[in-house]
Design a binder for this molecule. Sequence first.
Ligand SMILES: [Zn+2]
Length: 178
Amino acid sequence: MIYRVGFGNKIKKDIWAGKFQCQNCSKISNFYLYKVKLCGYMFYIPIVSKTMQRLLVCDTCKAYRELSRVKYNDIKRTQKNKIKEGEVPYDVIMKEFNPKELKFGRKILYLVLACMNGFLWIVGAIGMGIDIPVWDASVPIGIFCMFLIGLLPLVPAIYTVIFTSQKKKLYDKVAVYK
Ligand SMILES: [Zn+2]
């Protein structure tokens, strides 16, 4: 449930965690990492969030097992490397890394917007530095904060585009044999 202002749980599907036999349904199944987050919303936008549970979920029967933060991050790191190295099974690539799922164009657009935002803040910060006749300690702090606000959204944007392009590359490679 999402409230205009308030709290709500959000279940977020994360990375493919591997293919192995499920203890519940006994099938060889793909597993995924999930996070259950408690989010604080303001006008439908999640402002703050706290991870309440980390889960390993069977994609066939949806049975899950709770993981510790260390274990979760451990699996995630390993799986990211597998994507980087191209060690992902064919069915996962076709299902997860296809253009419709990846939404690569949207991620590029977000990066472009983040660049424009960063540019505006930095131009503003430089302009402010030139305009102020008398400098005191608050001026460099103010300028630094403006740089930070401008550049901060760029970090996840760049990261997402790099990670998505790795997935896209895998898809493009195997989709030829479709
Ligand atoms: Zn299962």
